[in-house]
Design a protein around this ligand. Structure first.
Ligand SMILES: [Mg+2]
Length: 167
């Protein structure tokens, strides 16, 4: 029998099925969730960032799933933890979307309400909130600034992963 491990962080809970398996962290938007169609929902006329992105985030459940072959590669080797800058308010939509596409995750770490950190700093905080950071072997994201942060944090395998771009 394998021991499970349960961890609570300020960004969400993580339940690892095994205490020995290595971990991969994986982004959502523009990485496995194609958010291209909802970029136009960002309202740049809104002075407050929450209002600017409200409709963009609210549409997340309708994104097309991409890079499933990479997810299958990861699920065979690692426990997957999602690191996303999506706000906590989108947790239910995000969980339904992951379930619909059968993406097996040990946890979904999200931006807490009223958190205004940049994506790299937010994800650095997520990384450091985990007690088993030494078991995180791989990190996948579409953003170079986030990948640079993973490199600074000495994650061994760092991969840029993006959805297909419309021509
Ligand atoms: Mg992204």
């Amino acid at each position: 029998m394998t021991a499970m491990s349960f961890t609570t962080t300020p960004f969400g809970d993580v339940t690892l099925k095994s205490i020995t398996r290595n971990i991969a962290v994986l982004d959502l938007d523009n990485c496995i969730s194609n958010d291209g169609w909802r970029q136009k929902l960002i309202d740049h006329t809104q002075p407050f960032v929450d209002d600017r992105y409200a409709r963009y985030h609210a549409g997340c459940e309708s994104d097309v799933y991409e890079n499933g072959e990479t997810v299958r590669f990861l699920q065979a080797r690692y426990e997957i933890i999602i690191f996303t800058a999506r706000p906590e308010l989108m947790r239910a939509k995000t969980a339904r979307w992951l379930n619909r596409w059968r993406v097996p995750v040990a946890g979904v770490l999200m931006r807490p309400q009223d958190n205004r950190e940049s994506s790299p700093e937010l994800k650095r905080s997520m990384l450091r909130s985990l007690p088993f950071i030494s078991r995180i072997s791989a990190a996948y994201d579409d953003r170079d600034d986030v990948l640079k942060m993973y490199q600074e944090e000495q994650i061994p395998l760092i991969h840029k992963l993006e959805v297909r771009k419309e021509k």
